[in-house]
Design a protein around this ligand. Structure first.
Ligand code: ZN
Length: 145
């Protein structure tokens, strides 16, 4: 019993919570219901299973994640092109770049989908901050409500 209390009191780092796609307020509940790469498409929870935060802050909230996703895409395309150039030294054949960049974008699209939304929740939403008290025991949070 004592060990679980200590575990609940330990703060989760923002980096850990972001990488493991945890809720930005309590850093305990999962934002997504399934894994990033799988046969089913990724599905978001409507509310945090731990602290009941509504992830879609307002109607159309996640449209803004498209801009983050666009940024990710541009960076990944530039990096894929640079790596291709550095490895092959080829500057004349555009099909080589197409053959590398297009699959890279397709393979990374689930990553972009997930982390563009998480970056929106973590860094681009004013007023949505980590509340360490929310990461405690779920029964205590429900009692406080
Ligand atoms: Zn939460």
């Amino acid at each position: 019993m004592k060990a679980s209390t200590e575990n609940n009191n330990r703060k989760t780092s923002q980096f850990y919570a972001l990488v493991h796609s945890k809720c930005p307020r309590c850093r305990r509940g999962d934002v997504f219901q399934n894994s990033m790469y799988g046969f089913k498409s990724q599905k978001m929870n409507d509310n945090c299973p731990h602290c009941n935060l509504k992830f879609e802050r307002e109607p159309g909230y996640f449209y803004v994640a498209m801009f983050v996703s666009y940024g990710f895409n541009v960076l990944q395309m530039i990096l894929a092109g640079l790596v291709t150039y550095l490895i092959t030294g080829n500057t004349t054949n555009p099909w080589l770049y197409m053959a590398v960049i297009f699959p890279a974008v397709v393979i990374l699209s689930p990553f972009n989908y997930r982390y563009s939304r998480l970056i929106l929740l973590y860094y681009l939403t004013p007023g949505l901050n980590y509340v360490p008290e929310m990461s405690g025991d779920r029964k205590l949070i429900e009692k406080r409500r």
